[in-house]
Structures are given as C-alpha cells and as structure tokens.
Design a protein around this ligand. Structure first.
Ligand SMILES: *Cc1c(COP(=O)(O)O)cnc(C)c1O
Length: 360
C-alpha cells in the first residue's frame, strides 16, 4: 500500500501538517496578500525588458550576487561591515535560519498572533515552537515574553516589526529588553518597512545577537521573490552555507538590479499607500459593527460583530472581493479579518461591499 510507505518515510510532523493554502483569486479584487496594487509606467517596463535581454540563460546565475549586493549596500544605507545574504523570498530565509539550529537548542519563539511561517516551518522541522500571546490590544506582553525566554531559552526569537496580521509595531524599548535577555538570535522581520516610519537597523551594531530581515515583496515585487538578511558576518557566513548556491535566478537578479536603480518609483507607490491608509482606516472604523486597529503596514486588521468573519468573508467573495479571514487563526483573532490597502477604487469597492453586508 502506498499510504503505508508514505507514512513510514515522511516525517510525522509533515504528515500532520496542512499545506499552506493559497486561495484562487482569479477575477477577484485581490486585497488578501499585502501586494502593491500599482504597476510600472510603460517606459519603465520597456527599459526593464531591454535590461533582461543581457541574461545568459544557458549559464548558471551569479552565485555571489555581487552586483545586487553592491547596489543594495548603496540603496539601503547599510551600516559598514554589515553582511547580507539573499533568499527566494524571506520565507526561504526563515527556513534557512531554522535549518541551521543545533539539535540541542531547538526552541523557536515568537509573539502570537504573528506571521504564520514562523510556527509552520518550525513545526515541519520538528522544532519546539513557543508562541507567547500578545495582549488583547495586540501590544507586546513584555513580562510574559521575558519570563518565557528565561524558562525556555529559545535559540531564535522572531519579531515581525510591524507585526502581521495586527499591523502595529511593538515598542522599540521592549524589543531591546528582549534582545538583551535572549540567549540566542533575535530576528527582526521588517517586511513592512516601506510603510512604517522606523527601522531597527541600528540594533545590528548595538547587539551581536540581532539579524534583520527585509523583503521586496510588500514594496511591490511579490512576484520576484527576493528576501534579504542582514547581520554580523559571523552569523551570516554560517547561514549562507545552507543557501542553495543558485537560489536567486538570473532573471530575478537582473530584475532586482534594474528596479533598485528605480527604487524611488516603488518608494513613491509605498508613500501613496501610506497616505491612503489613513482615510481607509477612518472609513472602515466608522462602519457600524466594525472595530479596526491602526496600522503601520499596508493592511488593516478589523473585527466584525454580526454576522461573523466567516460569513463576511464569503459574502465579500460573492461581491468579487478577496480579503484574508483570520477566524480560527488564533484565539485573539476571533471574528477578525485583514484587508490590504489597495487602489482608491479598490478600497472604495471593498468599503461599500462591507457596508452592504454589515448594514443591510
Ligand atoms: C509577507 C511576509 C513575509 C514574507 O515575505 P516574502 O519575502 O514574500 O517571502 C515575511 N515576514 C512577514 C512578517 C510577512 O508579512
């Protein structure tokens, strides 16, 4: 029987896991995945496709990613002596960090609710994941975090900053306390950096146990898959051994090199999203039966009372709008949903559909 063989060979943690579900979004207004809704001006697209013509697809990609490395060093104003490595999305970097852990030190911690990949990848690798609940208002429960750190001695703590799916950025002082008490690594995941006002980049030099992660996905290049990890070379050189040598393809490298020269374009789009976020939040909060939380990211978390998140999610799909239903994701997310800030028209369409469902 094939089932017997599968269950004998595959790790129990994988057999027990559910595959990461990506819903079919064809034909829908897509506000579920924090994508940038804007495309590039025609002349930039033409320039980009011309740039790609230099690709030698018969050759393996540049394994050292040297051009991308130097362009990013300039574009991001990285502190001197900061080492960096690249992942096929920051998801891959999370996976690499987890793969590197010593067998005897296998506790992974994150506040929860947070980015699901921390828990998902940890459990598939049979690591011990400790999720420390946030406070009811989604602020960090610092005493609980510190107590849990002392008790479980985590090898890695992941902090999404701003946090997904709650949208808030935890107090910087609280994070520094965590960094000081942590016996191992603290990874600050700045996936939403473009939409927040702050960065913890300066902590890289202050603390030897901090790594900082960024991605181009939320900035407008979700299709490109490019994540970046920054930190001391003592850490990065070990982690980089786990990276498959050609994990970033030639077309991706060329595209990233090209767009970094035009990073202002993406920054302007992010600024527009940030500007629209305020009005969108206000309109959402004003709807009867909605409680929304202020966000430092390009999405807004909100709770509905009647008729419940599952129903609201389904009814929105009927009106061709896809957002993320968080019902069941964590006890603190009871009847919560998450909506990406889209274009003005998309936001309007969402708001009026939501109103029609909640206030019939
Ligand atoms: C979206 C997201 C990521 C994943 O980014 P990719 O680079 O697309 O893999 C990582 N961390 C957080 C907190 C996110 O929300």
């Amino acid at each position: 029987m094939i089932e017997d063989r599968v269950s004998k060979i595959i790790k129990p943690a994988i057999l027990a896991a559910k595959a990461y579900h990506v819903p079919d979004s064809r034909g829908l207004i897509k506000l579920d995945a924090m994508e940038n809704p804007y495309s590039w001006p025609e002349e930039i697209k033409v320039e980009w496709s011309r740039h790609l013509q230099q690709a030698e697809l018969n050759r393996y990609p540049d394994a050292s990613l040297s051009e991308l490395r130097s362009r990013l060093t300039d574009a991001l104003n990285l502190p001197d002596n900061t080492a960096m490595m690249f992942g096929n999305g920051s998801d891959e970097l999370i996976q690499i960090i987890l793969m590197a852990l010593n067998k005897t030190s296998n506790v992974v911690m994150a506040p929860e609710p947070s980015f699901v990949m921390y828990r998902l990848l940890s459990s598939m690798m049979e690591l011990d994941f400790v999720g420390v609940p946030l406070n009811k208002d989604f602020s960090l429960d610092l005493p609980a975090m510190l107590e849990s750190i002392v008790k479980t001695q985590p090898a890695v703590i992941f902090i999404a900053w701003p946090n997904n799916p709650t949208g808030n950025a935890f107090e910087q002082e609280a994070l520094e306390e965590i960094i000081k008490v942590a016996p191992g690594l603290v990874v600050i995941d700045e996936a939403y950096h473009a939409f927040a006002r702050n960065s913890m980049m300066s902590c890289l030099h202050k603390y030897p146990n901090v790594l900082l992660m960024r991605t181009l996905s939320k900035l407008g290049l979700a299709g490109l898959r490019l994540g970046m990890l920054f930190g001391a070379s003592e850490w990065i050189s070990e982690l980089d051994k786990l990276r498959l040598p050609y994990n970033i393809g030639t077309l991706n490298q060329l595209s990233a090199n090209f767009i970094i020269q035009n990073i202002d374009l993406l920054e302007q789009q992010a600024q527009r999203i940030r500007d629209d976020r305020e009005g969108f939040f206000n309109s959402l909060s004003e709807i009867t039966g909605v409680e929304a939380w202020e966000s430092e990211a390009n999405f807004i978390l909100f709770r509905v009372s009647e008729p419940g998140a599952n129903r609201v999610h389904q009814e929105l799909i009927k009106q061709n709008i896809l957002i993320k239903n968080l019902q069941g994701a964590h006890p603190l997310l009871e009847n919560c949903l998450r909506v990406t800030v889209g274009t003005e028209e998309e936001n309007k369409a969402f708001l009026s559909a939501l109103k029609s469902i909640l206030v019939p």
